[in-house]
Structure formats: structure tokens, C-alpha cells
Design a protein around this ligand. Structure first.
Ligand SMILES: [Zn+2]
Ligand SMILES: [Zn+2]
Length: 358
């Protein structure tokens, strides 16, 4: 339908639970909208009543059951990433229940996950060569299209992941970006079973990666700021835990950086054996400081960035997560407190993940 379809429906009703099979778009929903990026301390997300989005062909309408908060959301809200849509509803770790647009295996009521990559063009060189994470024209959930800080969201039906039974909403949400991208970071680093692996920074993504590494019988070395993060790393079975300035006692085969800081990348490089790999799990970094090539990179050490994810990463990781009964630590925030959830992520004031439950 062209133009402002809301005019067709006249006055919209409020959200209630007795509207099965009605035209969803007649209704309002709540959404945390970003109009202009600003420091999260100024509470830039505005809770608004907006129309429930209308799924186009090939899309599903989801009732949001939970939406994880990712550091990337913070970069979007604070304007470290350029605005792609205004206003935008952030949120790209959506656990949703299909309410409209059923197709194939995806029946009404199916619980699915939506992640950062909401779609790809399928036609660029990268898509055609099995690198869909590097697509030239991807859709980003909660950035170039509206995401899950809302009661409802739409998603492309070929970019949702049915969720295993064993994963409840709260614990599945943080897996959908933090988990999948952490998993990809382990792959980009080339982690092999039984290796010594360093995790630099210990937020939402790292505390999921450690469980995967344990399933692969790796020894995990965690360097992170914050006493509570160090304590959690110890509780989760890290072989060694130190502060961000401490060097692990042994040379590492692989290191994954999670902290959005160039200094941390240097620390990770300095901890590697020859031929070791650092994978950098950050969509945004201020800078990498100048460093000593002879000592830190020579010896065929490598630095590799981790960019987005493929659907194969998502499927394999979610399968593994269900098998190893991954239960991320999660702190719940109501939708009205979306700004507070972002503040908590920014201030590293919670262990594990923040999850918004509308
Ligand atoms: Zn592409
Ligand atoms: Zn994310």
C-alpha cells in the first residue's frame, strides 16, 4: 500500500491480546526510537506509540519476546556509526514469535531469532562466493531497518533462525549477536581443539565464547578490566585470569579481543606465539596505536578483523549452544528502560548480557 496507510485505518486501537487474525497494522505498539544520536547518558531513546510494522512479501511479523542489547547498539545510539535510518528502532538480538507472514516450515507461533544481518543482496561478489558476511549491500537489523526494541518487528523470512526448544527467550537473546559473532571470532582466529586461547575483554560475547572453548577442550586465558568480570571468568572456568595490563603466563595460540580499544589489540598480539592469530571482535575502534613490528607481528603472527556473520555461523552456533546447554547470564530490562540497558552495557555494570523484555 502506498502513502500513509494509517490514514486508511483511521484511529488505531491500543495493543491488546485478543486480536488474533486481525490486521496487525491497525494497532499501535511501543517502540524505543532513536531520532538523533547522542551520549546515552542523555537518554536519547524515546519510547513512542507507533504503528505495528506491516510485513512485505518474504517478511514475517514477529511479536518480540526478548531483545538482547549489544555494544553495537551503543555505537548506533551514540553516533559512532553514521545514521542509516531516522528514526530507527535499535535492537538486533530478537527472539520473536511469528504472528504473520507464515511460510514453509515457519508456522505461526514458531519462535525464531533475528540477528544483526537482516538480509543480503544475494548478488554481489561476496554473496556469490560464500562470504555473505561481507555482502556489499546488507540490511542491518536495528540500524538500516527497525529492530527489536519494540513490541513487534518484521524480519526477512530467510534470515530468521528457528530456536531450539532448550533455549528459553532470555537466554537465547544474547546468543543472537554476541554469541554468533563470538563464535565467528573463534573461527576467524582458527581455534583448534585443545589450544591455549586468550580472551581480551570479558563482556557478553566473551562469556559465551568461553563455554564454546570449553566444549572444544581449550585452555582459556582471560585478561579484562573490572573485578566482577575477572571473578565471573574464574567462576566460568578460565585457566588464568588477569587485568587488562597483565600478560598471560604462557604464549597463546590464539587471542580474541572484545574490548573496543586499540591498546587491547596490542596486548593480545604481545601474548601470541609465532604463527598465532588475533581476531578482533569490534565493529568500531578508535585507533590501533603504533607498535613494534619486529617484536609483535613478525613471526607470521596475524591480526584479523571479524565482520558480521553468515547464516551458517548462526545455525551452527545455535545448534552447539543447545547441545552444550549454554545459559548466558542475563539481566532483564523493561522496554521503557532501554536507555538504562544501554547505560549498563556502556558502564560494564552488569555481568553477561542486558536483555530487553517488552
Ligand atoms: Zn551481497
Ligand atoms: Zn551485535
Amino acid at each position: 500500500m502506498n502513502g500513509d496507510w494509517r490514514l486508511f485505518y483511521g484511529k488505531r486501537n491500543t495493543v491488546n491480546s485478543t486480536r488474533e487474525d486481525k490486521q496487525w497494522s491497525n494497532f499501535d505498539m511501543r517502540a524505543a526510537c532513536l531520532h538523533s544520536p547522542a551520549e546515552v547518558a542523555s537518554r536519547p531513546l524515546n519510547l513512542e506509540d507507533v504503528a505495528v510494522p506491516r510485513p512485505k512479501p518474504g517478511q514475517l511479523l514477529l511479536r518480540v519476546r526478548a531483545c538482547g542489547v549489544c555494544r553495537t547498539d551503543l555505537h548506533i545510539v551514540e553516533g559512532e556509526l553514521p545514521q542509516r535510518k531516522t528514526p530507527v528502532v535499535p535492537g538486533h538480538q530478537i527472539v520473536g514469535e511469528i504472528v504473520e507472514g507464515v511460510t514453509g516450515q515457519l508456522k505461526k507461533g514458531t519462535r525464531v531469532g533475528v540477528s544483526w544481518i537482516g538480509g543480503t543482496d544475494g548478488s554481489c561478489w561476496y554473496c556469490r562466493h560464500n562470504f555473505e558476511n561481507l555482502c556489499d549491500a546488507p540490511t542491518y537489523t536495528g540500524y538500516s531497518v527497525d529492530g527489536g526494541y519494540a513490541d513487534y518487528a518484521v524480519a526477512r523470512s530467510d534470515f530468521v533462525f528457528p530456536l531450539p526448544e532448550g533455549l528459553d527467550d532470555l537466554h537465547a537473546a544474547p546468543l543472537l549477536c554476541a554469541g554468533i559473532i563470538g563464535f565467528r571470532a573463534l573461527r576467524v582466529a582458527g581455534v583448534q581443539q585443545g589450544e591455549r586461547v586468550g580472551l581480551f575483554g570479558f563482556g557478553a560475547s566473551a562469556h559465551l565464547a568461553i563455554a564454546v572453548l570449553q566444549a572444544w577442550r581449550c585452555d582459556v586465558y582471560v585478561a579484562t578490566r573490572g573485578e566482577s568480570h575477572r571473578k565471573l571468568a574464574g567462576e566460568l572456568g578460565a585457566t588464568w585470569v588477569g587485568s587488562e595490563n597483565e600478560k598471560p603466563p604462557l604464549e597463546l595460540d590464539r587471542a580474541i579481543t572484545f574490548a573496543p580499544s586499540g591498546d587491547v589489540i596490542i596486548a593480545a598480539l604481545a601474548s601470541l606465539r609465532k604463527g598465532g592469530v588475533v581476531s578482533i571482535n569490534a565493529i568500531h575502534l578508535d585507533r590501533i596505536p603504533q607498535f613494534d613490528y619486529d617484536r609483535l607481528l613478525w613471526g607470521e603472527r596475524q591480526m584479523r578483523s571479524v565482520t558480521n556473520m553468515t547464516r551458517e555461523d548462526a545455525r551452527e552456533f545455535l545448534k552447539l549452544a543447545a547441545e552444550i546447554k549454554l545459559q548466558p547470564k542475563a539481566t532483564v530490562f523493561p522496554l521503557a528502560d532501554a536507555n538504562e540497558a544501554l547505560l549498563a552495557v556502556k558502564g560494564d555494570s552488569i555481568d553477561g548480557a542486558a536483555v530487553i523484555v517488552p
